[in-house]
Design a protein around this ligand. Structure first.
Ligand SMILES: Nc1ncnc2c1ncn2[C@@H]1O[C@H](COP(=O)(O)OP(=O)(O)OP(=O)(O)O)[C@@H](O)[C@H]1O
Ligand SMILES: [Mg+2]
Length: 379
């Protein structure tokens, strides 16, 4: 049997654990044309969740467009990615799709390209890249609504890694999206992102175009009660014996973080495939194995920090559930030799920008539970 624990790629179907209430809520919101903003720290499962939701939608009633903006380093790239994602969502024969695309984006020139071994035709788009993005933007942003109306359908457009558009030289795309989307009653726009410090102002600052323009759905870690049975059933399918207590220990070490739970289980599966039963020692070995494998990455991260940032990171790694207010208390600063609160604030900002540390519900946590263990062993 193949290792059932998936990490580093989206978790789908069998590899996907729970999130039932989020799935139900999102399906309802999409049906009602509500815009949703899903944010969480990295690797909590935003992309996996929305893709599970999209699979469950009735494709006769809902047009589903998924745009991964991670590579959208420029406005031109944004245009291309958006257009290609719409082309992917169309159904029917290639000639019919081509006709539809020409109607939807009269200023773009679609080309058919054959990709991959399966030789499935896909679309790419040519246009005059020396012209301003705005020339193409309006057709593009109106396209899904237009197509859904023509077919008497509703639609969902998922914009994953939305923080990328916040790095452009101006807010042209943000403004154009807002003014287009606000009249699209039958289209639900779902924004996904992880950099809270960049994203939050986009939706909560009254001076920004998207202020109060959607419902917020912060994604949390997966509760232990759901992870334990998930882990047990997977190991049992592979006839690897594991007790409930050991499964709970895995979840505890991985701190209910979906990615690290999967990572640790993946390693344990490979290590223990021929063993009678998984025990505490196997977990300790698996953790050591991960730390050893990641050592050079951790060293590089560590070396890239200033002395103050290192001191703060170590203090956070060794404190239990540090609350934001606590880390600025005199006692915490003194105990960890951190100096003035103002300089700690600066260090914290950098650690958050580097995604080494995350702020969630007033708590400050290290993003990588294994890096945290590595730091704990450092002293
Ligand atoms: N519901 C889930 N069940 C099981 N594993 C999950 C679940 N959600 C996430 N994971 C694990 O977390 C990993 C990251 O998931 P995913 O890529 O969906 O997260 P993300 O929040 O979109 O991350 P990023 O912020 O990096 O885009 C997956 O590879 C998988 O190992
Ligand atoms: Mg993602």
């Amino acid at each position: 049997m193949r290792n059932p624990f998936v990490y580093g790629e989206e978790a789908a179907d069998e590899a996907f654990c729970n999130r039932q209430s989020e799935i139900t809520e999102l399906i309802r919101d999409i049906d009602n044309g509500v815009n949703v903003i899903i944010f969480s720290p990295r690797r909590y499962g935003k992309t996996s969740l929305i893709k599970q939701v999209m699979k469950k939608l009735d494709n006769k009633r809902t047009v589903s467009v998924y745009v991964d903006l991670y590579p959208a380093v420029s406005k031109q790239k944004f245009l291309e990615l958006y257009a290609t994602a719409i082309a992917k969502a169309l159904t029917g024969k290639v000639e019919a799709k081509l006709k539809t695309l020409k109607e939807l984006f009269p200023r773009l020139i679609p080309k058919i390209v054959i990709k991959g071994e399966a030789g499935t035709p896909e679309f790419e788009f040519d246009y005059d890249r020396t012209k301003r993005a705005s020339l193409y933007l309006n057709d593009l942003l109106a396209a899904v609504k237009k197509y859904a109306d023509q077919h008497g359908m509703n639609a969902v457009v998922v914009l994953d890694e939305i923080q990328e558009i916040l790095q452009y030289e101006d807010d042209e795309i943000e403004k154009a999206m807002r003014s287009a989307f606000q009249s699209h009653r039958n289209v639900s726009y779902v924004f996904l992102g992880s950099k809270r410090h960049l994203l939050e102002p986009m939706f909560t600052d009254p001076n920004r175009p998207f202020y109060k323009s959607g419902k917020h759905l912060p994604l949390k870690r997966i509760p232990q009660e759901e992870l334990v049975p998930f882990i047990l059933s997977k190991f049992r399918q592979g006839e690897i014996r594991i007790s409930k207590k050991i499964a709970a220990r895995i979840v505890e070490i991985a701190e209910c973080h979906p990615y690290y739970v999967q990572l640790l289980c993946h390693v344990l599966w490979d290590d223990c495939i021929d063993k009678p039963e998984i025990d505490e020692r196997d977990i300790a070995n698996a953790v050591d194995g991960v730390l050893e494998r990641e050592r050079s990455l951790y060293l590089a991260l560590w070396d890239g920090l200033t002395r103050k940032q290192k001191a703060l990171l170590l203090a956070l790694a060794n404190a239990s559930e540090p609350k934001q207010q606590k880390i600025f208390s005199q006692r915490f600063l003194m105990e960890h030799g951190l100096g003035a609160a103002s300089s700690v604030q600066k260090a914290l900002t950098v650690l958050i920008e580097k995604s080494l540390v995350e702020r969630e519900n007033g708590l400050i946590a290290l993003s990588d539970v294994f890096f945290k263990r590595w730091l704990q062993k450092l002293i």
